[in-house]
Write a protein that binds this ligand. Structure first.
Ligand SMILES: Nc1nc2c(ncn2[C@@H]2O[C@H](COP(=O)(O)OP(=O)(O)OP(=O)(O)O)[C@@H](O)[C@H]2O)c(=O)[nH]1
Ligand SMILES: [Mg+2]
Length: 423
């Protein structure tokens, strides 16, 4: 594509005070990367330092005027805000900027990228639904022209038709998508229950977008998952089986990356795919050790994990892309739940596998169960998956001493009479 064809945009942020400017700049740099992933480029970045908040446009009159001039003088047709705007604020801003300028916010841009990268039926439906709920009310008014012109950044939908902005049809479409998604969610939970019965431990690979999660899954399992130097290259989760050097079989799941200012409603929209995180036994939290913002990325990741209700999962901190540093170890405080790797070269993989095996065996505990005779079929299934230490036939049922992991506790927890220390 020639440079002329790449849409250019003005990026806008507001800093609450001058001490927040650096933070805004970093976030705008990320917005610029999001924009380029969506196929456009940044013409310039504008930060307004403003203590009070004007609900009509978020910006002061002078700033609106300044941006309008920039757009007019340079033929720019797109302004992207680094925070969420209401439909009314978008309309006010577009009116103030002049007829030809479109306004998008960060969430609309992220949804646009999701729309480009969704591959599975479920992923596409989730994006379409999120767009109908979030982007469509913000695009009302662009409706007919956009459909005719073939949309543009912020309007691309994965559905068969162009993003529907007609209010009358919105409600109906949302209901039907929600019903289809419920069905898919049910199928996913049936599949998950089947996997759970297999007793194979599940490892969720999570972390900030572009940290190298997919590259790591490929390194471990040859999964052939698309890994790219783009934000949100992965949208749909991929699960692959692998055997650790210790001989243990485990399932690894690669998931969608996280990003700062990811609104709760967006996280919720992808809940069914992110549930793979919630149902993991161990989380591998992958970070790019080269990124100066690694601390902030970890904070965001932890926040999303706890929003998902997985805050108490055992975790291993994986610092990736070590090959790009001279002395990797210097950059990370050594801890027993921390490992430095290069998913690209394979450096540190043995250590990672050892940490995973250790963590899994620490999650196992010895239990005494009392299984009523009417349900004793489950004792034989226990033999297939877990290490049964002894059985004793009592008047009330079978007394079983067995080593269970978290999944086993989920399956047989109802029969537990005592639990001992770690094995
Ligand atoms: N130098 C170096 N680059 C790496 C390493 N691992 C991944 N990368 C690069 O980092 C970029 C992102 O990798 P991905 O595996 O797509 O990252 P991801 O975390 O899956 O990203 P999303 O799916 O977008 O959230 C790609 O260009 C990879 O080639 C590594 O160990 N070293
Ligand atoms: Mg990925």
């Amino acid at each position: 594509m020639s440079d002329e064809k790449i849409e250019r945009a003005v990026l806008v942020s507001i800093a609450a005070s001058s001490s927040h400017v650096r933070e805004c700049e970093l976030s705008l740099d990320e917005l610029e990367r999001l924009l380029s992933t969506a196929g456009a480029s940044a013409f310039c970045k504008v930060i307004q330092i403003k203590e009070s908040f004007d609900p009509r446009t978020c910006l002061g009159k002078g700033k609106v005027q300044e941006i309008a001039e920039i757009c007019k003088n340079n033929g720019i047709g797109l302004v992207v805000f680094d925070f969420e705007l209401s439909p009314m604020q978008i309309r006010n801003l577009e009116a103030d900027f002049g007829g030809d300028v479109r306004v998008l916010d960060r969430s609309m841009l992220i949804l646009d990228i999701f729309a480009l990268h969704a591959t599975s039926g479920e992923g596409k439906l989730q994006v379409e639904l999120a767009q109908l709920k979030y982007s469509a009310p913000r695009l009302v008014g662009h409706g007919t022209e956009l459909s005719r012109q073939g949309g543009g950044i912020g309007t691309r939908g994965p559905g068969e038709s162009k993003l529907e902005t007609d209010r009358r049809h919105l409600h109906e479409k949302i209901n039907s998508l929600e019903a289809r998604l419920r069905e898919l969610e049910h199928n996913r939970s049936v599949m998950r229950a089947k996997r759970d019965r297999s007793g194979i431990p599940k490892i969720g690979i999570v972390g900030y977008t572009n940290a190298g999660k997919s590259t790591l899954l490929n390194r471990i399992t040859d999964a052939g998952v698309l890994s790219e130097d783009k934000l949100f290259a992965t949208l749909d989760p991929t699960t692959r089986k692998a055997t650790l050097p210790s001989g243990e079989t485990v399932l690894f799941t690669d998931t969608v990356g996280f990003i700062r200012k990811l609104p709760h409603h967006l996280v919720k929209a992808f809940k069914s795919t992110l549930d793979e995180v919630v149902y993991s036994d161990v989380l591998l939290i992958v970070s790019d050790v080269n990124d100066p913002e690694v601390g902030e990325h970890l904070r965001v990741t932890e926040e999303v994990i706890s929003d998902l209700g997985a805050g108490d999962k055992p975790r291993i901190y994986v610092y990736n892309k070590c090959d790009a540093l001279d002395n990797c170890a210097q950059h990370v405080e050594p801890r027993e739940d921390t490992v430095m790797i290069s998913a690209r070269t394979g450096y540190g993989m043995e250590e990672l596998f050892t940490l995973i095996s250790d963590m899994l065996s620490r999650l196992k505990k010895e239990y005494t169960l009392l299984v009523p005779y009417a349900e004793q079929a489950c004792v034989s299934s226990m033999y297939d998956k877990y290490s049964v230490l002894s059985t004793e036939y009592l008047a009330e049922g079978v007394l079983v001493r067995v080593v269970l992991d978290e999944r086993g506790r989920g399956l047989y927890g109802g029969y537990i009479v005592t639990s001992d220390g770690e094995v």
